[in-house]
Design a protein around this ligand. Sequence first.
Ligand code: PLP
Length: 405
Amino acid sequence: MLERARTLDAADPLATYRERFAVPDGVIYLDGNSLGCLPRATPERMQQVMRGEWGEGLIRSWNDADWIGLPQRIGGKIAPLIGAEPHEVIAADSVSVNLFKLISAALAMRPGRKTVLSEPGNFPTDLYMIEGLEKQGLATQRLAERGRIAEALDEDVALLLLTHAHYKTGEVFDMAALTGAAHAAGALVLWDLSHSGGALPVELNECEADFAVGCGYKYLNGGPGAPAYAFVAERHHDAVQQPLSGWMGHARPFAFTDDYAPAPGVDRLLCGTAPILAMAALEVGVDLIAEIGIEPLYAKSQKLSEFFRQCLAEREVELGLVSPSDPTQRGSQLSFRHEHAHAISQALIARGVIGDFRDPDILRLGFAPAYLRFEDMAEAARHLAEVLESDEWQRDEFRKRAAVT
Ligand SMILES: *Cc1c(COP(=O)(O)O)cnc(C)c1O
């Protein structure tokens, strides 16, 4: 198996990109969908920004180093990864905050409608942000199971909010079909691309999506808590009004006027001053992913996960697959159900195989295609088989739960 893996690695057109990441020795990192690896170029870039642009350049760097243009510049580089035009995407804030802005904006664009439709089990922050607006009296949350979403779209629905690739199962929604169904019902659509952007191709404009948000610290390798991004289709640029009307989203922030006038286009999604250090780190990750290109990344991601499943099958590991077995129907991950998923995940981590556990019984393994090798798949499958065959995972130390899982 290891030999076959090495043959696949030798033929892998993306093999050399692994060196561009600081993957720790002795670690098989299957959690790039939670926190992407550090690009090797990032620390040097941070030094440059801190010592040169900040230390020496000081306030001048807003212009000289174009700090002021970073949100748009990074957004423009993310755009081709998600099927958008550069002027439709901006890097800003967190996914949660961008959800708040865009859910609010969508509600304002559909007067007389208050319902925001989503699915139970969506990523918690998506539902919590709807709930927050509900408590303000601005929204009504409605949840419909997958498969019943189309029929839950009626004349009360202002917005359909869905996560494209599900964080737990990896299941991918048919973006074109659901966007079309929502539009037919007069609703707008907001896609959360946190588990898609940088891992699988997304065609926001081809699908006629209205809005999208996505995460900078997962497949884009922007670093812990990296800024997120937001997309507004060009046709909505004049209509979008978001409630976090901070000065950086003003048409002329440096005119210092008393009245708010929204900037044109996606710039009005900005609120306060961008975290430049975090933005600089994000840009390195985005540059690297954009350089590799989304199609080759997606092709490799499917091959990796399918090879991992073959390795498990050859070792006769029987684990209930929660993710779709068809690789075109899932994101870059495989999730398995096991009563003792938490302890198994801890036992794997102790062996250097870092995946994660999702409550209550899911072992989630992410396959970030930019830096993983087929060899890692073979080895991870071996470790998983050994953990399951032995009683290793039953050790007390693996039963404890940490604050962050
Ligand atoms: C990771 C993730 C987020 C992250 O939200 P933040 O506010 O940026 O922490 C949001 N939505 C989904 C679906 C995610 O997977």
